[in-house]
Design a protein around this ligand. Structure first.
Ligand code: IFM
Length: 458
């Protein structure tokens, strides 16, 4: 049994549009960068695509019923921008918004609070044709899109998350090209980071004006462990920390970028214009925190890539010889997920208390907007690994709350097995198994475990 969490704590599951919806050409949805990326041979494992995914666009009533039965009181989902603005600009495609309208009402009927992410990486392709997030104008397009969604759902959605994991989107999408849109600009991708943050910051006042909800952004964090106490390793750890953890948080909470000198980036890059940082630092109601595992780094010395989160391993593979100021070192002594990520529940406690230490009163209340693990799809397997993973991480959150971090909720990634980006359908993160051939949903042992835990709060 887990320890008891505070009254009103949000227990949820999380998903994202492209990973579950399918129906990519229905009701006026336009193409997204992920449709294009999946269509390019060799980009996604097994040639998988999100064309059908979990067919959630048609099966959402069953999925909402699964959540109601599970006993969660919150659901984090994302809206597909290309459903709302197939052309990336101009008036809303009403049918696209109708889908989310029905979903939000069905959630309310089941007392499940909607937490809506506006952007989980599925940019309308037409905007990418104009440069995507490398183009400053995309930030303004995002604000227009946010306003359309807010106008329709602003009275019923409680939490508005502007962006999901801009670090991954910038790094994998624009830095090394392992995600859509497949650009490999290396550190030249930094303008995309700035424009993502700018889009977020400019959207905040629009969301405040047109919704009654709380405004947030979700970042993914990884506590960085230096491989030794040597000055060189500590410097390498600080450099990686600046890239993964601080680049997308310091500007939001402190109104300034961390020093990126280790990457040869100027203190005041030309793409940052007067007033941008003020916009980006618009006060937040909540900070969304995604956590999967810590990262160990050393000063670069040409060793084999380690076992850290896939982003770092991928970055290393692609930037070999490009003069990165750090090197990934395997974390051993812990179980690993099917993805090979080390399972370190204490890392979540370290992260949450570390955020509090680093940002003090500038840190808004936190929602753990994603946490979970992939486990092999072995028929009849007891799903024990996932139960242990979730149990350990929930306890870590509880300890962080006891230690004074204001954590308001925990969302399991994910409700359903789904399309895991470049990994296709191989990695299964769901509490509910999906048979992709039949779309049959089967709750796993971890679903039943969580259901029992949540029954105490009913
Ligand atoms: O599936 C992803 C999700 O889209 C973003 N956060 C990490 C998850 C697991 O890799």
């Amino acid at each position: 049994m887990l320890p008891r969490f505070p009254e009103g704590f949000l227990w949820g599951t999380a998903t994202a549009a492209y990973q579950i919806e399918g129906a990519v050409t229905e009701d006026g949805r336009g193409p997204s960068i992920w449709d294009s990326f999946c269509a390019e041979p060799g980009r996604v494992k097994n040639g998988d695509t999100g064309d059908v995914a979990c067919d959630h666009y048609h099966r959402w009533p069953e999925d909402v019923a699964l959540m109601a039965d599970l006993g969660v009181n919150a659901y984090r989902f994302s809206v597909a921008w290309p459903r709302v603005q197939p052309d990336g600009r101009g008036p809303a495609n009403a049918k696209g918004l109708d889908f989310y309208d029905r979903l939000v009402d069905a959630l309310a009927d089941r007392d499940i609070m909607p937490a809506l992410t506006l952007y989980h990486w599925d940019l309308p392709q037409v905007l990418q044709d104009g440069g995507g997030w490398m183009n400053r104008d995309t930030a303004h397009r995002f604000v227009e899109y946010a306003g359309l969604v807010a106008d329709r759902l602003g009275d019923r959605v409680d939490v508005w998350i502007t962006l999901n994991e801009p670090f991954v989107h910038m790094t994998e999408g624009y830095g090394i090209g392992t995600h859509a849109p497949g650009e490999a600009l290396l550190m030249g991708a930094l303008p995309a980071a700035h424009h993502l943050l700018l889009g977020h910051g400019l959207a905040v006042p629009v969301l405040r004006e047109r919704t009654s909800g709380q405004v947030a952004i979700t970042n993914n964090y990884s506590p960085v462990w230096a491989a030794s106490d040597s000055e060189a390793d500590l410097t390498a750890a600080a450099a990686f920390d600046a890239l993964q953890n601080r680049l997308f948080t310091d500007p939001l909470l402190l109104g300034r970028y961390p020093g990126m000198g280790a990457y040869g980036v100027a203190a005041e890059p030309a793409f940052v214009r007067d007033g941008d940082l003020d916009a980006i630092a618009a006060p937040l109601d909540l900070l969304g925190v995604n956590y999967y595992s810590p990262t160990r780094v050393a000063a670069p010395r040409g060793r084999a890539a380690g076992s850290g989160p896939s982003v770092l391993r991928e970055v290393e593979r692609h930037l070999e010889g490009a003069g990165l100021p750090f090197e990934d070192v395997p974390i051993s002594g812990y179980p690993v997920t099917a993805f090979g990520w080390p399972v370190v529940p204490d890392g979540l406690h370290e992260l949450l208390t570390g955020l509090r230490t680093a940002y003090g009163d500038a840190l808004p209340p936190v929602l753990v907007t994603e946490n979970g693990c992939s486990a092999p799809d072995v028929p009849g397997r007891a799903d024990r690994d996932r139960i242990d993973y979730l149990d350990g991480h929930c306890r870590a959150v509880h300890r962080a709350i006891e230690d004074g971090v204001d954590v308001r909720g925990y969302f399991v990634w994910s409700l359903l097995d789904n399309f895991e980006w470049a990994e296709g359908f191989d990695q299964r993160f769901g509490l509910v198994h999906v048979d992709y051939a039949t779309q049959r949903r089967t709750p796993k042992a971890s679903y039943h475990w969580l259901r029992e835990e949540l029954a105490r709060y009913r």
